[in-house]
Design a protein around this ligand. Structure first.
Ligand SMILES: [Zn+2]
Ligand SMILES: [Zn+2]
Ligand SMILES: [Zn+2]
Ligand SMILES: [Zn+2]
Length: 583
């Protein structure tokens, strides 16, 4: 007979999770060679791979990481390196009841290896890198998806979705630029001083090429404005479209080229500390720094939706809502749905609708992330942060009750949202999209008062027109040829004197046009997307500037002051001789 079963065991005192966390952290601080050991481990991994993606999300609970750890056995035996475990989340799951706490062994939920220990603080090893990045100094309260390079010890925020894959593809070029020496004269705060911007101002850190928030901010030394480009968007543009281009900012005539680019470290540091959809900053003249408004205050867009009694309650809610905002802001359907929408709705219809661009009708706050649902027929948008509150309560009815009645429809068009029940159904977050054209318009318009309907329509018009591209990085078709030919000095399209010769991409004739036809296209006088070349009848996909001929023409004009209609070109490989040929 077993007597032991009858004798009562001494009641075990449960250890509290906050106490354990403190003990573990204290033990880690006293660990003798912690830095060296961590470095050795990362080195071992960097032989296998150069980079590591860091998402600051606990692999177990999908909640934000507070303090990242490895189980001691996983660490010692180099089991895995980019799956993150948050200490608190782990303890809640595997070390909170009496049986778990009595066992003196923990199994890794990822690799199943067993960690045996005497005291619980021996069971973990800190993920130094994550914890350093996670500390407020490095990447703030709202850390983003990041890329860490073991070799260079550099890290930078990573785009999500398609832009993220592009960013990975340009990994080597990005690493090269990150190592380039920082030019002090091209840094945001230096420019503030240089331009005497001694006032508070709003700054949108949105890329004019990609319409997304700038992740790696690079500046051309020739630009005279605060706005920068996103490095990934630029590399993609150089790679697939043109080697250089005229700066997309209105009023800037700089040519953007890869060799003139430099990282703006000031903006980079500000970007690291905010969510991927947070591209608006305030320059605070007292503190002389850029601030993400949200770091200081609570987001009024959310507070207008519901009230909170405790700060922790608010922060918890905010992280849930921002996850939805982030998901929609970085979604690929935005571009697609926006195009679709503006194809369906004529400019006349847009002009006839009464529109409010500046303030969201539901929150009274500035519309920064204009969105509508896929069933909306009106142009009017509201801010995505408010819309995300609606989506969240629709998905979580218990939450809806906190704010009053559950809203089951789009606040703009009143059409109902649908729940995803079958795999074929549209997911809730895909029933809303960001109007990227409107967002671009809002961020490109300098000066809040200028945001109005008339300018938006002009902007939509221009948007169509800027499809005409002039490339100036291609060899002249005349170069390397031997021929004698005649060209007219009046542009066959504009009938103006040819000062800047261009040709259509399909043209093989010597006769050029003047670049002034692009201006005629921009102001709507002609439509270069529609007309064909009057000489060879081919279509214009884009234009190519002939710098070779342009230089020779300039010399010719400076010596021949008398007007003439046509000239004779004698082309000999790399030289052109131009002689007047008056009829
Ligand atoms: Zn493991
Ligand atoms: Zn510029
Ligand atoms: Zn709608
Ligand atoms: Zn032609």
């Amino acid at each position: 007979m077993n007597t032991e079963a009858n004798t009562p065991k001494p009641a075990q005192v449960l250890m509290e999770i906050p106490t354990i966390i403190l003990e573990v952290k204290k033990a880690h601080e006293q660990y003798p060679n912690i830095e060296k050991e961590f470095e050795e481990r990362t080195k071992k991994f960097s032989n296998l791979t150069q980079t590591m993606t860091v998402n600051f999300e606990c692999s177990l609970s999908k909640e934000p990481i507070k303090y990242a750890v490895y189980l001691a056995e996983c660490f010692k035996s180099f089991r895995h390196y980019d799956t993150l475990i948050d200490l608190e989340q782990f303890l809640k799951l595997y070390f909170s009841n009496a049986t778990q706490q009595a066992a003196k062994v923990l199994q890794c939920p990822i690799c199943k290896s067993q960690t045996k220990f005497e005291k619980i603080e021996q069971a973990f090893f800190p993920h130094l890198l994550i914890n350093q990045l996670r500390s407020k100094k490095q990447c703030g309260e709202f850390p983003q998806h990041m890329m860490y390079n073991f070799v260079d010890k550099t890290f930078y925020p990573l785009h999500k979705g398609k832009m993220g894959s592009l960013q990975n593809a340009y990994f080597e070029q990005i690493a090269k630029l990150m190592k380039k020496e920082i030019m002090p004269q091209s840094q945001f705060y230096q420019l503030v001083q240089k331009w005497n911007a001694n006032f508070n101002f709003l700054f949108y850190n949105n890329c004019s090429l990609s319409s997304m928030k700038v992740m790696i901010p690079v500046r051309s030394q020739n630009c005279n404005h605060f706005e920068v480009y996103d490095l990934t968007a630029l590399l993609h543009h150089f790679d697939k479209k043109e080697k250089q281009f005229k700066c997309k900012r209105p009023d800037c005539n700089s040519i953007i080229k890869e060799e003139d680019l430099c990282l703006d470290q000031d903006l980079f540091n500000s970007c690291l500390k905010s969510y991927s959809f947070r591209f608006s900053f305030i320059y605070n003249k007292e503190k002389r720094q850029l601030e993400d408004i949200l770091e200081e205050k609570q987001d009024i867009n959310l507070i207008k939706y519901r009230s909170f009694t405790k700060l922790s309650e608010y922060l918890n809610y905010q992280s849930k809502i921002y996850k939805i905002v982030d998901q929609i802001y970085t979604s690929l359907i935005n571009q697609e749905k926006t195009e679709e929408f503006y194809q369906k709705h004529s400019l006349d219809k847009i002009a006839s609708e009464k529109l409010e661009f500046k303030f969201c009708q539901f929150t009274g706050q500035r519309i920064e992330l204009p969105c509508r649902c896929i069933r909306c027929e009106q142009i009017q948008t509201c801010d995505l942060r408010y819309m995300s509150c609606i989506l969240y309560q629709f998905q979580n009815p218990a939450e809806g009750k906190m704010a009053g009645n559950i809203i089951d429809h789009c606040p703009l068009c009143k059409n109902p949202f649908t729940k995803k029940q079958k795999p074929k159904d549209t997911a809730l977050h895909e029933q809303v999209y960001v109007d990227v054209k409107m967002m671009n318009f809002i961020t490109i318009t300098t000066g809040f008062v200028n945001i109005n309907q008339k300018d938006f329509i002009n902007y939509l018009n221009n948007k169509l027109i800027t499809k005409v591209i002039v490339k100036n990085d291609q060899e002249s078709i005349l170069k390397g040829k031997q021929a004698i030919t005649t060209i007219q000095l009046k542009c066959p399209i504009s009938k103006k004197k040819i000062l800047r010769p261009i040709r259509g991409n399909n043209c093989t004739h010597a006769q050029p046009f003047d670049q002034g036809i692009i201006d005629l296209h921009q102001n709507g006088t002609i439509d270069l997307n529609q007309i064909k070349c009057p000489i060879c009848q081919t279509k214009f996909d884009y234009f190519i500037e002939d710098n070779f001929l342009k230089d020779q023409l300039q010399i010719f004009f400076s010596y021949n002051l008398e007007e003439c209609d046509a000239v004779r070109l004698s082309i000999m490989n790399d030289k052109i001789q131009i002689k007047p040929r008056n009829q």
